[in-house]
Design a protein around this ligand. Structure first.
Ligand code: CP3
Length: 341
């Protein structure tokens, strides 16, 4: 198996540097659009053959060093009793939102084998189809990010409902977070048992918290997940989007790898994280609009800074945007491999 991704996760410096991109399976690929034209997004997630097929597309077409399961962080919320839909042009909707003790009663723990069998089946198919070509990454949303979707009912700009619950009804906030944390532990545990060889925890919204509140309302729950999964022995990545002010705290999460968004360059991030950290990141996804020469310079800058870390996994600072030409994504991956070889 091409194992540079797993070796880098464990702190080994590799040549070349491994690369995979968040949202590497997605709408920018015509091959994805073709399947998506026949099935809606949730149907794709729940049909193991389709989910496996699109997971493999970037492996076959782009030459990435890891596959990431095609699914969504919101899938377990639906399994917990929340109503989930994806509305064209609006993004995910959780209806009705969870804002009171009464609402909370609708939620329940999950049994992954019974409630999300399609995710585990997709992982099993993928391990067979990947036949040890590259490792498979499983994932989940971190509790604060999941609670944000549940309580806001979808995407938000103000975060007023989740922060209102945190500050005016901390007992309910804790109940919601405890339940999501337990669900996430059993969900990721089942993914690992089914064959996921590394896992990433996405904390997309925790960056809206102050350092004080991040520690109390997000980090302790993420930490609980990493502690519980530690005995499983697979590498674990923690990605906090827009978390530049939180980096020294994320270093306390218990994850093996810290994912960086594009705002903080690797060199600056390492000052907060310490040089003994494995980092993943962090090209601004929009830099893929640059000309080839300029793109090469910016990639080179990140690779050089990555040499200051214990080990480096190349990634974008957030997901691939649908507007990026697929040839550019492939070019970036080739440049990363070439410059770090
Ligand atoms: O990275 C991968 O290739 C693996 C699959 C993956 C998806 N979503 C597929 C997807 C992963 C790891 C995610 C995680 C996810 N989902 C996050 C955390 C990462 C981040 O972006 O910060 C979040 C916040 C979500 C919730 C979510 N799902 C949003 C906000 C959206 C976008 C809605 C929109 O229309 O733009 C989705 C939908 C989604 N998830 C798509 C894909 C490929 C697009 C679905 C489509 O085909 O319409």
């Amino acid at each position: 198996m091409r194992d540079i991704f797993l070796r880098a996760c464990r702190g080994e410096r590799t040549a070349p540097v491994p690369v995979w991109f968040m949202r590497q399976a997605g709408r920018y690929l015509p091959e994805y659009q073709e399947i998506r034209g026949k099935a809606d997004f949730l149907t794709m997630c729940k049909t193991p053959e389709l989910a496996a097929q699109v997971t493999l597309q970037p492996v076959d077409l782009l030459g990435v060093d890891a596959a990431i399961l095609f699914s969504d962080i919101l899938i377990p919320l639906e399994a917990m009793g929340a109503g989930l839909s994806f509305v064209e042009g609006k993004g995910p909707v959780l209806d009705p939102p969870v804002r009171s003790d009464e609402d909370f009663k609708r939620l329940h723990p999950i049994e992954p084998e019974k409630d999300v069998p399609f995710v585990l089946e997709t992982i099993k198919i993928l391990r067979r189809q990947l036949a040890d070509r590259v490792p498979l990454i499983g994932f989940a949303g971190a509790p604060f990010t999941m609670a944000t979707y549940l309580v806001e009912g979808g995407t938000t700009k103000s975060f007023v409902n989740i922060k209102k619950m945190l500050f005016s009804n901390p007992a309910l906030f804790r109940k919601v977070m405890d339940l999501i944390t337990d669900v996430t532990i059993s969900y990721l545990s089942a993914q690992i048992d089914a064959g996921a060889q590394a896992i990433q925890l996405f904390d997309t919204w925790a960056g809206v918290l102050t350092r004080h509140d991040f520690r109390d309302a997000a980090l302790i729950y993420a930490r609980r997940i990493f502690n519980a999964l530690r005995p499983k022995g697979v590498p674990m990545i923690y990605f906090v989007y827009d978390g530049g002010h939180l980096l020294d705290l994320t270093a306390l999460s218990g994850a093996d790898v810290i994912g960086l968004d594009w705002r903080t360059d690797v060199e600056t991030a390492l000052k907060s994280l310490g040089p003994d950290t494995v980092v993943q990141g962090n090209l601004d996804p929009c830099l893929l609009f640059l000309s080839e020469d300029r793109l090469r310079e910016r990639i080179s800058e990140i690779i050089l800074q990555g040499l200051q870390a214990k080990a480096h996994i190349f990634n974008l600072g957030h997901g691939v945007l649908p507007e990026i030409p697929p040839e550019k994504v492939k070019l970036a991956i080739d440049i990363i491999h070439e410059l770090s070889a």
